[in-house]
Design a binder for this molecule. Structure first.
Ligand SMILES: Nc1ncnc2c1ncn2[C@@H]1O[C@H](COP(=O)(O)OP(=O)(O)OP(=O)(O)O)[C@@H](O)[C@H]1O
Ligand SMILES: [Mg+2]
Length: 333
C-alpha cells in the first residue's frame, strides 16, 4: 500500500510517499522558519499563505523523489489536527481534492499520533519494531504528553504539561536570551559552548503525577537574565537544557517502568535534542526508540505511517467529507 501524505499543521509544508506504513520513498519538507523568524514566532495568516504557495511544488517533488506517478498511489492522507486551523485547511483541502480527483480513499490523521508513529519509519527496509505496550513521551512545540500505547494501537493519556509545552519553553527562553526562532536548536547550540556548567535551575517534579510544568523554570531564567548586567548566554542555555532534559528523561523512564512498558518512545521536535537523546538512552533500562532528528520535527512521512494504522483500526474513517471538528482519539487512562 503506497500512501501520499500531506502535513501543514504549523510552519512546515510537507509531503511524503511511504509504502506499507514503514518505508520512506520520499519525504519533502519546506520550512517557513526563516519567514517567521522576523516575528519571533509563527503568525497563522502568514503560515497559511506560505502553505498555499508551496504545497503543489512540495507534492510534485514528493512524487518525483519517490519515482512514482499519480496512478501508483493507493491512499491519500493529511493531518486533520491539532494545529493552526488556517494552516491545516490548506494541506487537508489539497489532499482531499487530490483523493477526490484520483478516486482514492482519503484518511484524516491525528498529528500527535503521527509524531509517535515516526518510530515505525525506516529509510532502508530495516525496522526495529517497537514492542507494545510502550510509553511515549511526546515533546513538541504545542504538546508535552506521556501516553501509554497499547496493542491496536490504542493511545491512553497518562499526563502532560500544566502550562507550557517543552518546545514552547525552549522557544520562549531563546527569545529571552535574544536568540532566534525556532529556539530549540539555538539553545542546544549555545549550551554546547558552555564551559563552567555550574548554574542550576529548579525542576518541577510534580511527584505522584505524570504531569509537567515549565513556567517556574522560565521565570527562573527570566530572573537570572534580569538580575545580571552581563548574562552568560551559554551557561544559561546549558542550565536550562539540563533542567528540561532531567525532568523529561526521569519522568518518562519512571512512567515506562511503572506501566511495565516493553519500550520507551520519544517523539516530537524536542526529541531531536541531542542532550535529551543521549540522557534517555543512558538512563533507560527499557529499550528506547527515537526517530531520526529530521523525523522528530514536523514531516509528512510520520502522517503516512499513522495512515496505515488509522486504516487498520478505524476503517470507518475512510470518508468522503469529514464534517466533524477536530477531536483527539487519545483516551483518558
Ligand atoms: N534540537 C532541539 N532541541 C530542543 N527543541 C527543539 C530542537 N529542535 C526543535 N525543537 C523544538 O521543537 C518544536 C517544534 O517541534 P514540532 O515541529 O514537533 O512542533 P509543532 O508541530 O510546532 O507542535 P505540535 O506537534 O505540538 O503541534 C519547537 O518548539 C522547537 O524549538
Ligand atoms: Mg508537530
Amino acid at each position: 500500500m503506497r500512501v501520499l501524505a500531506i502535513e501543514s499543521s504549523c510552519d512546515e509544508t510537507a509531503a511524503a510517499v511511504v509504502t506499507d506504513g514503514h518505508l520512506i520513498e520520499s519525504n519533502i519538507v519546506a520550512s517557513q522558519s526563516e519567514l517567521h523568524a522576523q516575528y519571533g514566532g509563527i503568525v497563522p495568516e502568514v503560515a497559511a499563505r506560505a502553505h498555499l504557495g508551496s504545497i503543489i511544488p512540495v507534492v510534485r517533488q514528493a512524487l518525483a523523489d519517490a519515482h512514482v506517478e499519480w496512478q501508483d498511489l493507493d491512499v491519500i492522507s493529511a493531518t486533520r489536527g491539532p494545529g493552526l486551523p488556517s494552516a491545516l485547511v490548506v494541506g487537508f483541502g489539497v489532499a482531499r481534492s487530490l483523493a477526490f480527483g484520483l478516486g482514492l480513499p482519503f484518511v484524516p490523521v491525528d498529528h500527535i499520533e503521527g509524531h509517535v508513529m515516526a518510530n515505525w519509519l525506516t529509510q532502508n527496509d530495516e525496522l526495529d519494531v517497537p514492542l507494545l505496550p510502550a510509553v511515549a513521551l511526546v515533546v513538541s512545540g504545542g504538546h508535552t504528553e506521556l501516553l501509554l500505547v497499547e496493542e491496536g494501537p490504542i493511545f491512553k493519556r497518562l499526563g502532560g504539561t500544566r502550562d507550557d509545552a517543552a518546545g514552547e519553553a525552549f522557544d520562549k527562553v531563546a527569545r529571552l536570551l535574544g536568540l532566534s526562532y525556532p529556539g530549540g536548536p539555538e539553545i542546544s547550540k549555545f549550551a554546547s559552548n558552555a564551559v563552567v556548567r555550574k548554574m542550576h535551575f529548579p525542576r518541577a517534579w510534580l511527584r505522584g503525577t505524570d504531569d509537567f510544568s515549565f513556567s517556574g523554570l522560565k521565570t527562573a531564567v527570566y530572573r537570572t537574565v534580569e538580575e545580571s548586567s552581563n548574562p552568560d548566554i551559554n551557561e544559561i542555555a546549558w542550565a536550562f537544557q539540563e533542567s528540561v532534559v532531567d525532568i523529561l528523561s526521569k519522568k518518562a523512564i519512571r512512567a515506562a517502568e511503572r506501566e511495565g512498558a516493553q519500550s520507551l518512545l520519544l517523539a516530537g521536535g524536542v526529541a531531536a535534542n541531542r542532550r535529551l537523546r543521549e540522557v534517555v538512552y543512558e538512563r533507560s533500562t527499557i529499550p528506547v526508540h527515537i526517530p531520526l532528528p529530521t523525523l522528530c520535527t514536523d514531516n509528512a512521512a510520520m502522517i503516512a505511517a499513522a495512515t496505515r494504522m488509522e486504516m487498520a483500526i478505524a476503517p470507518d474513517k475512510l470518508i468522503d467529507i469529514d464534517p466533524t471538528p477536530y477531536r483527539s482519539r487519545v483516551q483518558k487512562k
